[in-house]
Design a protein around this ligand. Structure first.
Ligand SMILES: [Mn+2]
Length: 290
């Protein structure tokens, strides 16, 4: 895999939009939560940042917004999500929009939770204009059409009725269902060939057909692929805890950013994101675990 340079140290004044996915945050892996908070600190330090995209699988599992919203104030104070919400809210107040897309693990995430920090839930595919080009953003699981079993499961899970049914179950029931689903999916995936878990070439070509580029996560295979002579497919990375047993563990992720190399101040303050010098690149984000 190619190396990607660091966002902040490269050109902080030019970063207009940051795109991340597949953080798989959970209270069981606090290092990833810390790393996300560190990224938000980086974002807060970017003077021209206008948008943060979270393109799915933000959370390892999401059983419904009520798991947080129904907590008492005292319970919320000590909850692992609270610092994260506070920092996102700060970012939003600073003028950065926060756009959240569902992944296959957190498809029950709702607008009420996003309202806590002024975020907006967006549908896939989402059309992003980068300079003169149209980028199609999606989580990526819909592109893995070789995995027939999963696509069937996806169709059922993304159905409004299924979601309504799930959200009306008690939290205990939902926990049990999620646990069961995770186990089944682990069993299934263990027997699947590597290509089945990756995107399907035909699905990619279809998806990119009406766009200039495709950007997704989900596969945990960060890379830049040339799909046609003039169209690229960018794959964001998952957030990984590395060197877990060593003295200095770190979290590493490949993220995306839209930069604009105009230096004039009025451009930095304007909402015009479509300049000729606008470009999209993948970057390495690294966080040393404290
Ligand atoms: Mn995923």
């Amino acid at each position: 895999m190619q190396r990607f340079t660091h966002l902040i140290t490269t050109r902080p004044h030019q970063v207009r939009q940051v795109l991340i996915s597949d953080l798989h945050l959970s209270p069981q892996e606090p290092a990833l939560v810390q790393a996300f908070l560190a990224l938000l600190d980086d974002c807060l330090a970017l003077p021209a940042l206008k948008r943060l995209f979270i393109l799915g699988d933000w959370f390892e599992v999401w059983l419904g917004d009520d798991t947080y919203l129904s907590l008492s104030q005292d319970e919320q104070i000590t909850h692992w999500l609270t610092p994260l919400i506070a920092k996102l809210k700060q970012l939003r107040i600073n003028g950065c929009e926060i756009l959240v897309m569902h992944g296959n693990r957190d498809f029950l995430l709702g607008q009420p939770f996003c309202n806590l920090f002024g975020g907006e839930l967006i549908n896939e595919p989402y059309n992003l204009t980068v300079g003169q080009q149209n980028y199609r953003l999606e989580h990526g699981d819909a592109l893995c059409t070789d995995d027939k079993k999963y696509q069937f499961f996806r169709k059922i899970m993304r159905n409004r009725l299924t979601q309504w049914y799930l959200l009306n179950k008690s939290l205990e029931k939902r926990l049990a269902i999620a646990d069961n689903m995770r186990k089944r999916s682990q069993q299934n995936n263990a027997n699947k060939a590597a290509y089945i878990m990756d995107v399907n070439d035909k699905a990619v070509r279809q998806a990119i057909n009406n766009s200039d580029a495709l950007l997704h996560g989900h596969t945990h295979r960060p890379e830049i692929h040339q799909v046609t002579a003039d169209k690229k497919r960018y794959v964001l990375g998952d957030w990984r805890l590395l060197d877990k047993d060593k003295r200095q563990p770190k979290v590493s992720a490949v993220i995306g950013a839209v930069t604009d190399d105009e230096h004039s101040n009025d451009r930095v303050n304007s909402n015009d994101l479509s300049g000729d010098n606008t470009e999209f690149e993948l970057y390495e984000f690294e966080f040393l675990v404290r």
